[in-house]
Design a binder for this molecule. Structure first.
Ligand code: ATP
Ligand code: MG
Length: 469
C-alpha cells in the first residue's frame, strides 16, 4: 500500500508532466495556429504596399526616389492613366506628362505584376516651422504580391530608379557653367555656388567638325567606349574619368571639338577659368560642385597660369630672398590674382577628390603643347593627345558639305593641291566658304577660297625669303 507521502509525490510528478505537456501543446498549437493564421491572412490579403513620399521628413528637396518613379511612370505608363498632369520643359519646347493624383497604372517585371497608385495626404495643420507652404503630401504606392517581395524591392526598384535617372539625363537642358571671380571673394558670398551657368546650345557636332576622318573616327570610338565603360572602370579600380589634351594653332577647331564632345555624350560643360580661382582650396571647392556626366575644360592652359614657373618657385623656396625681390613677387601674385599651383591642379585632375563625381572628361586646350609641364600631360592624366591642325583636303570636303551641301566640284582638285602647299586653318577656310551676300553661291565661294589660298602661299614664300635675307 502506498502511504500518503508517496501518493503526494506521485501526484506532483503527474502534475509536473501534465504542465510540461500542456506548455508544449500550447506552443505547438500556437505555432500551428499562427502558421494557419498567416496563411489565411496571406490568402485574404496577398499584397504588400510600399509608399514613396515626395518629401521625406521636413526636407526641402524632393525625394530622389519619388522623382525617379515619377519620371519612369511618365515615360512608361501614362497611356494607361486617364487623368494626366503636364509639365513643360526645355523652354516650352516639350511637354512631359505624369499621372494625376489618385490615378492607378500597372507594370510588369520579369512576369510579376506591379500596381502603382499616385495619392496624397491632406494635412489639416501644417507644421509651424516648415520650409514648404503646401499642406498636401504626395506619395506613390507600389503594390505587389507578397511572394515577389524580394525581386520587387531589389531588382525592380533598382531598375525603376536607373530608368528614371536615364530619362532625366535625356530630357534635361544641358548647361554651360563658368566660375565667377566675384562669387569666391569670401564673406557671405563664398557661401553661394561658385559656378554660374547658361543653357548650353552649341551647334558643333562630329559631323560638322572638319578634320582627318581617321582621326575623327578614333576620337569618336574612344568617347563612346568611355561612356559605356562604367563597369570596366569599377573593375580595374579607376575612377570613371578621362583626360583629353587638344592642341594646335588658333582656329583649328579645339573649342568646336569640346562642344561636339558635349553634344555627342549629352554632357554639361564646366568652363574653368583658372586665373579666377583664388587658390588650391577654391579649386577643390569648384571641383566638388561639379556634377557627373560633364566635361571640365580649361582652355589655353598654357596662358592660364605660370604653372611651370610656380613649380620652380617652390623649389627655390629655401633660398633666402632679397626683400625687394620678395615684394615684387608678391605684387606679381596680387596682379595675377591666383595662387593655384601645379600640384593643386594635378590634385584636381587625379587626386582623391577628383573621384567625387563620375563619368567626367577633363579637357585642356592649348596652342603651345611644348610649353606645358610634362607632369600635367603625362598619360593617365591626359589619356589622349589630339592634334588639331591646318585644313587638309578631307577637312575641306566636310566644310564644303556643311556650307554648300557640295560633295564634288571641278575646283576641288585645285583647292586640294593648294591646301597641300600652304597652311590655312579650318576657321579661315570656313570664313571663305561662308555666304556673306545674296550674290554668293558655291562657285563664287570656292573661287574666293582659291584666291585666299594663293595669297597665303605667296605671302608665305615672301616671308621665307625675308627670313633667309
Ligand atoms: N575643325 C573645324 N571644323 C569645323 N569648323 C571649324 C574647325 N576649326 C575651326 N572651325 C570654325 O572656326 C571657328 C573657330 O574655331 P574654334 O574656336 O573651334 O578654334 P580653336 O582651335 O578653339 O581656336 P583658339 O585656339 O583660338 O581657341 C569655329 O566657330 C568654326 O566655325
Ligand atoms: Mg578655342
Amino acid at each position: 500500500m502506498m502511504d500518503i507521502t508517496q501518493l503526494g509525490s506521485l501526484m506532483a510528478g503527474v502534475m509536473f508532466i501534465a504542465a510540461v505537456f500542456q506548455q508544449w501543446l500550447t506552443e505547438e498549437l500556437g505555432d500551428l495556429l499562427r502558421r494557419y493564421f498567416h496563411k489565411l491572412v496571406n490568402y485574404l490579403f496577398p499584397d504588400i504596399h510600399i509608399t514613396f513620399h515626395e518629401y521625406q521628413g521636413d526636407r526641402f528637396e524632393r525625394s530622389k526616389a519619388y522623382v525617379a518613379i515619377e519620371r519612369y511612370l511618365s515615360a512608361n505608363s501614362t497611356d494607361q492613366a486617364k487623368r494626366l498632369k503636364a509639365n513643360v520643359i526645355k523652354d516650352c519646347k516639350s511637354v512631359v506628362l505624369s499621372m494625376d493624383d489618385y490615378e492607378q497604372v500597372t507594370d510588369e517585371f520579369k512576369g510579376r505584376h506591379i500596381r502603382w497608385t499616385s495619392s496624397k495626404n491632406i494635412i489639416r495643420q501644417p507644421p509651424l516651422f516648415s520650409y514648404r507652404s503646401d499642406d498636401e503630401k504626395r506619395f506613390y504606392k507600389l503594390t505587389c504580391n507578397r511572394k515577389d517581395r524580394d525581386i520587387i524591392t531589389k531588382d525592380y526598384l533598382q531598375y525603376v530608379f536607373d530608368e528614371g535617372e536615364d530619362i532625366a539625363i535625356k530630357t534635361r537642358q544641358r548647361k554651360l557653367y563658368t566660375n565667377n571671380k566675384a562669387e569666391s571673394d569670401g564673406g557671405w558670398r563664398s557661401m553661394r555656388t561658385m559656378w554660374s551657368h547658361i543653357v548650353f546650345e552649341h551647334p558643333s557636332t562630329f559631323d560638322t567638325l572638319a578634320m582627318d576622318p581617321k582621326k575623327k573616327e578614333e576620337i569618336l570610338n574612344d568617347l563612346i567606349t568611355f561612356s559605356e565603360s562604367k563597369d570596366y572602370y569599377k573593375k580595374v579600380g579607376k575612377s570613371w574619368k578621362r583626360g583629353y589634351l587638344l592642341y594646335g594653332p588658333p582656329g583649328t577647331g579645339k573649342s568646336s571639338m569640346v562642344a561636339a564632345m558635349a553634344n555627342l555624350l549629352e554632357y554639361d560643360i564646366y568652363d574653368l577659368e583658372l586665373t579666377s580661382v583664388k587658390d588650391n582650396t577654391d579649386l577643390r571647392k569648384l571641383l566638388i560642385e561639379t556634377s557627373s556626366k560633364s566635361i571640365i575644360v580649361i582652355e589655353d592652359i598654357d596662358c592660364s597660369l605660370d604653372l611651370t614657373g610656380q613649380r620652380k618657385k617652390n623649389n627655390d623656396k629655401k633660398e633666402e630672398k632679397d626683400p625687394l625681390a620678395k615684394k615684387m613677387e608678391e605684387k606679381d601674385k596680387d596682379n595675377k590674382g591666383s595662387e593655384v599651383t601645379l600640384s593643386g591642379l594635378l590634385n584636381f585632375i587625379d587626386g582623391l577628390w577628383s573621384a567625387c563625381g563620375s563619368e567626367r572628361l577633363i579637357v585642356f586646350t592649348t596652342n603651345y603643347v611644348e610649353k606645358l609641364d610634362p607632369a600635367l600631360i603625362r598619360r593617365g592624366r591626359m589619356d589622349m593627345h589630339i592634334e588639331l591642325s591646318y585644313c587638309c583636303f578631307e577637312a575641306f570636303q566636310v566644310l564644303a558639305k556643311n556650307y554648300w551641301n557640295l560633295e564634288s566640284h571641278e575646283l576641288f582638285a585645285t583647292i586640294g593641291r593648294l591646301l597641300e602647299e600652304t597652311n590655312m586653318t579650318p576657321a579661315d577656310v570656313a570664313e571663305n566658304l561662308m555666304r556673306k551676300s545674296k550674290e554668293d553661291n558655291a562657285e563664287t565661294c570656292l573661287i574666293k577660297l582659291i584666291k585666299s589660298l594663293e595669297d597665303a602661299k605667296s605671302k608665305a614664300s615672301t616671308d621665307a625669303k625675308v627670313g633667309e635675307d
